[in-house]
Design a protein around this ligand. Structure first.
Ligand code: ZN
Length: 389
């Protein structure tokens, strides 16, 4: 790979012909049309999110003459370049110069480029950037791109995969899953956490259809002209979830719906009963893990571990231990009721508090409450042998 360091290209030149596409959330061109700011394998523009702090910081850095770091171009042909690294910074500059956002001046007042003093405008436009022009084969460039981290926000895994497996499939998949204008995003957001811009819906769709092998799947489908399979599978999972669980709860976001679909979609569910079951568990003080409710119900209410049932508190356990131990000592029997009825050496053993665990006399699953009345201390061995807690 061949690289040349350029130190005389100005902000003004870079931003000449700059276009920002609101719909796609991308900065498109610069350098009088010679520069593609947003090649296919680049992620969307994210410096405007979180209130635009990062794009404002780029402008403030330039105005204060702080360095904004190296920028890398890929030389595609004699007169054509693509931004390899620096796309976010260049888009910030372009958006500012075209009055897409304002910075705050010394007095905290909003200031757009168009309203700035002429000398300040000039200073910004004449700032020179440090740019490496790289020429190499596609695989060299991509290999290298994979290894760099963009200053500020590192590429996440899906953004890297999009870069590595760029092609017609990624383009089509991004149109569907990474487009924040897609009307389905709101519906998807009930079940999937993350944002379209950071490729999290795309990642989820590919994760589901590939059963967790996203890289292999993208490699295999790289040249596909359609995304029918992944789109169909994704919609099937979403439709299944929304038909089984008719109420949307915030804890449903980000659950492993792909896996749950595979495990349970052949079971029959009555949505009215499911809904009542969900309501009941949401109202149950002892259910600590609300996120576990959905899988618990899908599995027929057998796997109590999913709910992380609240256990007895320390004072309750202490009080029960003292009472049990006093009684055991008078009877000359073990303070573990199961040891006491046994025939081994432990039948008269007085366990210390630390050697015992609390058990629900009547199991939670059978309606037992977590009050002292329903608490019994057992030795660890017996408690663990009892299971179902
Ligand atoms: Zn015991």
């Amino acid at each position: 790979m061949n690289t040349i360091l350029k130190t005389n290209i100005t902000v003004k030149e870079i931003c000449d012909g700059f276009v920002y596409n609101e719909l796609e959330g991308k900065g498109l061109f610069g350098l009088s049309g010679k520069l593609t700011i947003q090649p296919e394998y680049q992620r969307n523009y994210i410096y405007a999110s979180d209130g635009g702090k990062r794009e404002m910081a780029v402008i403030e850095s330039v105005l204060k003459e702080y360095p904004i770091g190296l920028i890398y171009f890929n030389k595609v042909s004699n007169d054509k370049f693509e931004v390899l690294d620096g796309q976010q910074r260049i888009t910030s500059l372009g958006r500012f110069i075209t009055d897409k956002f304002a910075i705050k001046d010394e007095n905290g007042m909003e200031q757009y480029f168009g309203g700035m003093a002429k000398d300040k405008q000039k200073k910004l436009l004449e700032t020179k950037l440090l740019i490496y022009e790289c020429a190499g084969t596609e695989s060299q460039i991509k290999e290298w791109f994979r290894t760099i981290n963009i200053a500020g926000v590192p590429l996440n895994n899906q953004e890297l995969l999009n870069a590595v497996y760029s092609g017609p499939f990624v383009t089509k998949a991004k149109e569907e899953f990474s487009n924040s204008q897609n009307a389905n995003i709101q519906k998807w957001s009930a079940y999937i956490s993350g944002s379209a811009n950071r490729q999290e819906f795309l990642e989820c769709a590919l994760d589901w259809v590939s059963k967790g092998n996203i890289g292999d799947y993208m490699s295999k489908h790289r040249k596909d002209e359609n995304i029918d399979e992944s789109k169909k599978y994704f919609n099937t999972v979403i439709d299944w979830v929304s038909s089984v669980f008719t109420d949307v709860e915030s804890e449903m976001r980000g659950l492993e719906w792909g896996r749950l679909y595979e495990e349970y979609h052949k079971e029959k569910y009555n949505p009215t009963k499911v809904s009542a079951g969900v309501r009941k568990l949401y109202g149950d003080f002892f259910v600590k893990d609300k996120r576990g409710i959905f899988e618990y119900i899908l599995g027929g209410g057998n796997d109590i571990k999913l709910l992380n049932i609240r256990i007895f508190d320390e004072p309750t356990k202490r009080a029960v231990y003292e009472k049990q131990t006093r009684e055991a000592e008078t009877k000359k029997k073990s303070n573990c009721s199961l040891c006491a009825v046994g025939h081994d050496v432990n039948k008269e053993k007085i366990w210390s508090f630390g050697e015992m665990e609390a058990d629900h006399v009547s199991a939670w699953s059978k309606g037992g409450a977590t009050s002292a009345k329903n608490c019994e201390m057992l030795c660890r061995t017996h408690n663990r042998a009892k299971g179902n807690r």
